[in-house]
Design a protein. Structure first.
Length: 201
């Protein structure tokens, strides 16, 4: 087996474990997403998983890294696709894209980790560092999507905070059953885009 083939096999194994962990966290919660449960879901022995990740903390770090990288890649594509569109249209595109991303099981897995990791001293993962990293990456992406508003623009900073907080709130409404699955009441997304457009003016 060549080095290139080994590398591909290793990457496929790592991704299978990450996907299994996301599934277990999103469907069963943090406390039931045990090492053995993740191994069963991935169809791998715990020994193989230890070889690639070291321990459960290593899996969770890889999950958070993977989710952040996926979100950034998706939104980076959006930045390039919408560069010639008016501000309101770019906001609507961003809202639609984020809605899809935040309704993926990866979002639930992320929240399970961020809410519980600090309470587990055995894992010793600094979730604040991941939240900071996420915020910094989103700030850079926002600047890329709306380059006409320079860094430090008060309205742009406020619009970004409101925009992301509102989208997370919309997802929470769906999760508690207030809204139909993967659905936003008519007019809500355009109203959010309009409010943020006003702040950016």
């Amino acid at each position: 087996m060549t080095r290139k083939t080994l590398s591909r096999t290793s990457e496929k194994t790592r991704q299978a474990v990450i996907d299994a962990a996301i599934h277990c966290l999103a469907t069963e919660g943090f406390h039931r997403a045990t090492s053995n449960r993740i191994a069963r879901e991935a169809g791998l022995s715990w020994g193989v998983i230890q070889y690639h990740f070291g321990d459960r903390a290593g899996i969770y770090r890889a999950v958070l890294d993977s989710i952040i990288d996926t979100y950034v890649a998706e939104l980076d594509q959006l930045a390039r696709a919408g560069e010639d569109k008016p501000v309101a249209e770019r906001l609507q595109l961003l809202a639609d894209s984020l809605w899809q991303l935040l309704n993926h099981p990866a979002y639930l897995a992320t929240m399970e980790l961020l809410l519980n990791l600090n309470r587990d001293p055995e894992l010793a993962i600094n979730t604040k560092a991941y939240v900071k990293r996420w915020s910094e990456r989103m700030a850079v992406l926002w600047q890329g999507i709306f380059p006409e508003f320079p860094e430090g623009h008060a309205g742009s900073a406020a619009a970004r905070q409101i925009f992301f907080a509102a989208l997370r709130g919309f997802v929470d409404n769906r999760l508690i059953g207030q809204w139909p699955k993967r659905s936003v009441p008519a007019g809500v997304m355009p109203a959010l885009a309009q409010a943020c457009t006003a702040l950016l003016a």
